[in-house]
Design a protein around this ligand. Structure first.
Ligand SMILES: NC(=O)c1ccc[n+]([C@@H]2O[C@H](COP(=O)([O-])OP(=O)(O)OC[C@H]3O[C@@H](n4cnc5c(N)ncnc54)[C@H](O)[C@@H]3O)[C@@H](O)[C@H]2O)c1
Length: 286
């Protein structure tokens, strides 16, 4: 399938970074969000990131303007007309489904719906959408501008045109697509769950504190300790993924979500994006 335009839905941590990566790969990209503040922040973050790349000599002079010129920011769903949609809104199945169904009304019947969900069942989403063969998971990692891996999640409905188009798109974005079947947490989030949950349990049991645990695991070779990583991901997102994988795998005790993380979400301490999580992140004034 020839892709003329792509629409990324959700301009938060992931959506903004995916839109930037698409534009850097030369794709005309629409970035849609309900919340105008999120759209504005996404624009600022993309500008800053491209500015940093220019300063470091990774982008030639004038490239920043060419890249930002390929992104159109919008809060109007009526203008979301594209061949491929990459959804990166909140981790709530009913909202993702409602969004795809709304977009299906506005777009041609072969447009592809790719979800960046970390843990929700792509099959459950696909079966409630007209032409479920065009629904697929396209799971990027944070930050999407840097991380190479993209899990491409197929359901029993997904057809080969959809898979081939999304695999090719990921490769054109400079990514490494890895095919996997739809299952709770796919591959990476299933393997990674104990990293977070066991670390939270160690802190709950008072065996050590957050910063020592991060330090220790970083010293063993992990790039980021679990608490720094949860703050980067967003504690709301990470907690939602923990709950979702726990439920879908039949509530095994070893994957029980942590009350510490639940409390962080209740307190609005979501990590870097909210200015505080397990660590403080003073927000820079413009
Ligand atoms: N944060 C991560 O590290 C990470 C990594 C991989 C995948 N994901 C997945 O990506 C998705 C987004 O995560 P995030 O961390 O970017 O979240 P986020 O909270 O940073 O951003 C979500 C954005 O979606 C917008 N939104 C909510 N409902 C909407 C709607 N109906 N229409 C349009 N916009 C809407 C919000 O305004 C917000 O800007 C989730 O499914 C998450 O599981 C997250």
């Amino acid at each position: 399938m020839i892709i003329n335009s792509i629409c990324v839905c959700g301009a938060g941590t992931m959506g903004a970074s995916i839109a930037q990566t698409l534009a850097q790969a030369g794709f005309y990209t629409i970035l849609y969000d309900l919340n105008p503040v999120m759209l504005e922040n996404a624009g600022t973050r993309i500008e800053k990131n491209l500015g940093d790349q220019t300063q470091k000599g990774r982008l030639r002079l004038g490239e920043k303007e060419r890249i930002t010129g390929l992104i159109r920011f919008t809060g109007d769903i009526q203008s979301c007309v594209a061949d491929v949609f990459i959804e990166a809104i909140v981790e709530k199945p009913e909202l993702k489904l409602a969004l795809f169904n709304q977009l299906a009304e506005l777009n041609h019947s072969e447009c592809i719906f790719a979800s960046n969900t970390s843990s929700l069942s792509i099959t459950r989403i696909a079966e409630k959408i007209k032409n479920p063969e065009r629904v697929i998971g396209m799971h990027f990692f944070n930050p999407a501008t840097i991380m190479k891996l993209v899990e491409i999640v197929n359901t029993t409905y997904t057809n080969s045109n959809t898979t081939d188009t999304i695999v090719e798109l990921a490769m054109n974005m400079g990514k490494t697509p890895v095919l996997c079947r739809d299952s709770p947490g796919f591959i990476v989030n299933r393997v990674a769950r104990p990293y977070y949950i066991e670390s939270l349990r160690i802190v709950e049991e008072g065996l050590t504190d957050i910063s020592h645990l991060d330090m220790l695991l970083e010293a063993t070779g992990f790039k980021l300790g679990p608490f720094k990583l949860m703050d980067l991901i967003g504690n709301d997102v990470n907690y939602a993924v923990s709950c979702s994988v726990f439920e879908q795998l039949g509530k095994p005790a070893r994957l029980m979500p942590s009350p510490i993380q639940e409390q962080k979400v209740k307190d609005g301490k979501l990590g870097r994006k909210s200015g505080e999580g397990y660590y403080p992140y003073p927000q820079k004034k413009n």
